[in-house]
Structures are given as C-alpha cells and as structure tokens.
Write a protein that binds this ligand. Structure first.
Ligand code: NAD
Length: 303
C-alpha cells in the first residue's frame, strides 16, 4: 500500500472532534462525518472536508478512523450496504479508536480483513484534554503489519502508540487497565476516609503513603481529596475529567469479558457495583474520583 494521505473520520464527539483536527495539523487530508451538524461545523472550521454520510466519508480514502460511543455503533457504522466495509477503497486501513467490547472489536476486524482491508482496534487512554493536545496513548490490536501501517496515522494524535497483540488486544488492554484504575481509586478513597475517621491529617497521610507500599496512580496523580495533588479534579469540585459514567461503562465491559472468558474478577465486580450505586445517587457526570463523597457519607443522593 502507498503512504497514507487521505483519511475518512467518523465520530466527531468530545474525543473524535479534536482528534480529527490533530490529523489535519499532521498533514492529512481529512474528510469527516458525524450525525451532529454542530460537530461537523466545528470540524469544518478546523480544516476538515465534511461528508454527507459514512459511505461518502470513506469513499476513495487511504484510511478510515472511527471514534464512536459503543460496540453497537461501531458494528452499525462498519457493517451494512451503507457502511465502511462496503464503501471503502480496496485495501484501505481502518483504525477504530472507540472503547468497545472485545467481541465486537474482533467481529468487525474479522469482517474487514475477510473483505481485504487492514484493521486495528486502537482505543485510547487520556481524556478530552489529551485528545486536544495530541497526547493520547493508543493501545493497538491487530496484525503486526497493520500496526506498522496504523502507527503514522495515530502518531499526530499521540504521545505513545503501543502494540498490544492480535485483533481485540487493544480493547483487552484498555478494559484491564481501567478495571485496575477503578479498583485502585476506590481503595485509595477508602484509605483517605479511614484516615479522616482516625484523625490523621490528609496531607501527612499522602506524604507517607505516596512513598510507602500504598503508592499508586490514583493517589499520586489523581488524588481523590483536595490538596495533595493540585491538578486532581478533587480541587475543582470533582468536575470531570473522566466521568464516573464512563468508568462504569468500562467496568461493565470488563465484567462482560470476565464472564465470557471465565476470569475471576471479584474486586472488578465490586467496583462495578459501587460505581453503579454512585451513578444512581446522581454521580454519573461527576469525576470518577468523586466516589469518595459516597464512601465518606457526604453524599445523600439527588435522584
Ligand atoms: P461522544 O458521545 O462525545 O462522541 C461520539 C460521537 O459519535 C457523537 O458525536 C455522535 O454523534 C457520533 N456518532 C454516533 N453514531 C454515529 C454514526 N452512526 N455516524 C456518525 N457519527 C456517529 O463520545 P466521546 O467522549 O468522544 O467518546 C468516544 C469513545 O472514546 C467512547 O468509546 C469512549 O468510551 C472513548 N473514550 C472517551 C474518553 C473521554 O474522556 N471522553 C476517554 C477515553 C476513551
């Protein structure tokens, strides 16, 4: 395949919108499509050509990048006679950057490869700020040759592009990582709640635990109490950041995968239950570190 120059980009939401603009800045000719007219207008102002449909966006393009909410959207956009697979240029590269279930990722990749295309699942770590700054971390699943094709496409949006393994491995890495993140956030929040009850100063507890064996990212980079880490959402009234509803979505994907694969993940299941409770109490749009308000008893519920 010749070098990739033209890209069809589908899904211009909170993440996809700024990602498409970074591809334009990276020198690609980007043709974008979203169901939202406002999202299309923003992309146009940033230098994208606007398509009228998925088929129109992908026709004749060297590569297709998608950033959609969930597995059903990805299956819908790639499948069917109006979809990506039926309308893309022969042997084009597809990169799906959405966070979706492993089974959907493998099924779509298998259909794409059977039809002669290259495809990777390439979900991201990092939120809207990283999407804007072009500093996302991509976890990539697919054939190694397809990873080599995808790397230069993903690089203008990335601080890191990491190969995870065969089709679906990018999604697997993403949900395993986020299950661990959900668990460590709850554990860190519980430790601060107990420290409060014991009359231990929060900053002193942070200074000790961040250098002791309790150290973890949820404490040292995203501390759930205000003070110790000035950039953490706790200092901004738990404004997301990474919304609790999104964490719950990823924890559900992890539990679905655990059931399908037979893995025992009791703490992941508990984390899912606690985030579902937090969402039911009105915390869905709060940053996921805000779960400390439920654990500490400060939250009485809005529903
Ligand atoms: P979003 O809801 O803001 O954007 C999704 C976009 O897809 C919307 O603009 C919607 O109109 C569009 N869309 C849906 N169906 C479509 C279709 N058939 N054709 C064209 N466009 C369609 O979501 P987001 O926050 O941008 O997240 C996208 C993905 O990235 C999700 O899978 C999410 O889990 C993942 N993610 C998000 C974050 C974050 O912080 N927001 C971080 C990491 C990963």
């Amino acid at each position: 395949m010749s070098a990739i120059k033209s890209i069809g980009f589908i899904g211009l939401g909170n993440m996809g919108g700024p990602m498409a603009l970074n591809l334009v800045k990276g020198g690609f000719a980007v043709t974008a499509f979203d169901l939202s007219a406002d999202a299309c207008a923003t992309a146009k102002a940033g230098g994208c050509a606007i398509a009228t449909s998925v088929a129109d966006a992908v026709a004749g393009k060297d590569a297709v990048v998608t950033m959609l909410p969930a597995g059903k959207h990805v299956r819908g956009v790639y499948g069917g006679e109006d979809g990506v697979i039926a309308n893309a240029k022969p042997s084009a590269l597809f990169c799906d950057c959405s966070t979706i279930d492993v089974q959907s990722a493998r099924a779509v990749a298998s259909d794409a490869v059977a039809a002669g295309f290259s495809m990777v699942d390439s979900p991201v770590s990092g939120g809207v700020a990283a999407a804007q700054a072009g500093t996302l971390a991509f976890m990539v699943g697919g054939a190694e040759a397809d990873f080599a094709l995808a790397e230069p496409v993903l690089t203008p949006m990335a601080k890191a592009v990491i190969y995870a393994g065969d089709a679906g491995a990018g999604q697997a890495a993403k949900i395993c990582n986020n299950m661990l993140l959900g668990i460590t956030m709850i554990g860190t929040a519980e430790a601060f709640v107990l420290a409060d009850k014991l009359g231990l100063d929060r900053q002193r507890f942070f200074d000790i635990s961040s250098k002791a064996s309790g150290q973890n990212w949820s404490m040292t980079s995203y501390c759930p109490v205000p003070g110790p880490v000035p950039t953490s959402p706790a200092n901004n009234d738990y404004k997301a950041g990474f919304a609790a509803a999104m964490m719950l979505k990823d924890l559900r994907l992890a539990q679905d995968a655990a059931q399908t694969s037979g893995a025992a993940t009791p703490l992941g299941a508990e984390a899912q239950a606690l985030y579902a409770m937090f969402e039911n109490l009105g915390g869905g749009s709060t940053d996921f570190s805000g779960i400390i308000q439920m654990l500490s008893g400060e939250m009485t519920g809005k529903g």
